[in-house]
Design a protein around this ligand. Sequence first.
Ligand SMILES: Cc1cc2nc3c(=O)[nH]c(=O)nc-3n(C[C@H](O)[C@H](O)[C@H](O)COP(=O)(O)O)c2cc1C
Length: 190
Amino acid sequence: MDIFQSIKERRSYRSYLGKPVEEEKLHTILEAGQWAPSVMNLQPWKFFVIKSQDVKSQLKAACYETLQKIYQASGWKWVNKFSLEFLTEAPIIIVVAGDPKKTGADQFLPGRGMGYAFSCCAAVQNMHLAAYALGLGTLWFTLYETDRVKELLNIPAELDVVSMIVLGYPTEPAALIKRKPLEEMVTVIG
Ligand SMILES: Cc1cc2nc3c(=O)[nH]c(=O)nc-3n(C[C@H](O)[C@H](O)[C@H](O)COP(=O)(O)O)c2cc1C
């Protein structure tokens, strides 16, 4: 698939079939993450591939508790109704964790030091696009508490959980979603 088609057509999926993801496809997706740019080429990421149904169930239970905390803090009604069933429906969840020490020269600038997280997000987006190009669906998921995820998955204390990628074959086409006009986003200087 053409890269521009993947960029424009990729959508977020929140409902998945039980159908397994082929190992070759998973490998290609992880390689797409591997080849992302990173600050000083430090490659600050680790990819934890969750396949165990039991671990996904525990993760889902923890995230439902997190949702309640968000609901209590925000009062947002949609949060209370938000279904997390995709966390056990999808055959794979890739947890991307980054090392805040591997953040490059921006750590010496005030208010910066996020290079490791930006690098991880580059890897995450590469994996989303690769998955779509391979006929799979994904969701960029962040409604979790870092410490609980780390405890559940035995992720080393020094790492920060930057994102989860829910991965699988979606049940239905994604919802139609729009973007703001380009003119609202672009300022040409000069
Ligand atoms: C940093 C980031 C965090 C996100 N976290 C969540 C999330 O926790 N749950 C969710 O359902 N979608 C999450 N999304 C997906 C967005 O809701 C989605 O990308 C956006 O609505 C645009 O839709 P599209 O991906 O289908 O184009 C996240 C996206 C990004 C970039």
